[in-house]
Design a protein. Structure first.
Length: 387
């Protein structure tokens, strides 16, 4: 995986930076996973202050995941969950502003495409800290999608943009971002390569759900576009009901609440061979994913996890940021078309499985790229303090 700078921004020579304070903002499951890969090597070189916004406020999506991943407890918990995208982002900004003013980080590190990502990036930029965006450059080219707005805006705030693939870097080059762009690979690969052997050997997780390897589907769905619109929610429920069973449907709290409100949860619960579960911890979910026949999801992170595990994926969206997985034949976009989903599930797995997102050393490349930010310069932005 190339570490070359992109977008017309010249790479700065590596420098031996003093130990600096970096404030990392996380708020949901994929961000916890990415932070679990990066936090260790980052703390060997710098002082990290880990801030959990509370965007995923359910214990099964937060504390259990921290424990499963071996991620250090957050240094600060903002407790900001629920509400609209606008109100949630506004409350995050209001909470981050005094924290940045008191802690004076040299940089703010954010992951992915959530409200936490945008709030961290904007608050950091306004405070004069260098914004570092891990998983920069991903594009679904759906401008109305909240995640797309979050990632585009964050990329244009960032001083350092760390990309999972050449495709992501090319997106940034077309947009003429001003920050430094580097392809480092995907940090989720790092964790997947470490955890997959134990996940594939985990028989207990499958026994707990009364399924056998390669003979069940694993389903997740949580996107606002799929669960907040009543008509699309009904289409989602119909698609899940049409899937060949056995099926394990891991229910996000948002999805469960919408299904209950629509009177659909009880209907799904009555179907033989369809098991509805609470959100699963990382270890149990990984075991079920790695040993599934296929995954059906609308999650960007789960699409990628499926690819890394060599498991076919059916994506309940009309587009995806992870275009390489579609091009490689491992991921099929069906939106909420049940017939298309069944056709996709009937196809054999591709024979080839290229390493699209790196070799498992992306976290070290991220830290090296941070170290290479010249001092004085980006890492000594106004208000930043070296430690």
């Amino acid at each position: 995986m190339s570490g070359a700078a992109r977008a017309g921004v010249k790479a700065r020579p590596a420098s031996r930076l003093t130990r600096v304070r970096i404030l990392t903002v996380v708020g949901n499951r994929p961000q916890f996973i990415k932070a679990a890969a990066v936090s260790g090597p980052l703390r060997e070189r710098h002082e990290e202050l880990l801030v959990h916004t509370g965007q995923h406020y359910d214990d099964s999506l937060s504390r259990v995941l921290f424990a499963d991943l071996g991620l250090a407890e957050p240094d600060r918990e903002l407790g900001i969950g629920g509400g609209s995208n606008t109100s949630q982002t506004a409350r995050m900004l209001a909470a981050l502003e005094p924290l940045l003013a008191s802690e004076h980080p040299a940089a703010v590190l954010v992951y992915g495409d959530t409200n936490s990502t945008l709030a961290g990036g904007l608050a950091g930029a306004q405070a004069g800290a260098a914004v570092i965006h891990v998983e920069a450059g991903m594009r679904s080219f759906e401008p109305a999608m909240p995640e797309e707005r979050n990632r585009v805006l964050t990329d244009h705030l960032a001083a350092l943009l760390l990309c999972s693939s050449d495709t992501a870097a090319a997106n940034l080059e077309r947009e003429s971002v001003t920050g430094r762009v580097e392809v480092v690979g995907d940090v989720m690969v790092d964790l997947a390569l470490r955890r997959q052997p134990s996940a594939r050997a985990d028989e207990q997780a499958l026994r707990a759900h009364a399924v056998t390897p390669g003979a069940y589907l694993l389903v997740t769905a949580h996107r606002a576009g799929n669960v907040d619109d009543p008509e699309r929610l009904r289409a989602l429920a119909a698609l899940v009901a049409a899937l060949p069973r056995p099926v394990i449907f891991s229910l996000h709290p948002r999805t469960r609440a919408r299904l209950v409100d629509a009177g659909l949860l009880s209907e799904l619960a009555q179907l033989d061979g369809l098991k509805l579960t609470e959100p699963l911890g990382y270890a149990q979910f990984s075991a079920l994913l790695c040993q599934a026949r296929a995954v059906v999801t609308d999650s960007g992170g789960v699409q990628k996890e499926a690819y890394l595990a060599g498991v076919s994926c059916v994506t309940l969206r009309a587009s995806t940021e992870w275009v390489e997985t579609v091009q490689a034949g491992w991921n099929t976009l069906v939106d909420l078309d049940a017939r298309a989903a069944l056709r996709a599930l009937a196809r054999p797995r591709p024979r080839e499985h290229p390493p699209l997102y790196g070799d498992g050393h992306a976290a070290q490349r991220c830290v090296a790229a941070i170290d290479a930010l010249e001092a004085p310069g980006i890492m000594t932005a106004p208000g930043a303090r070296a430690r």
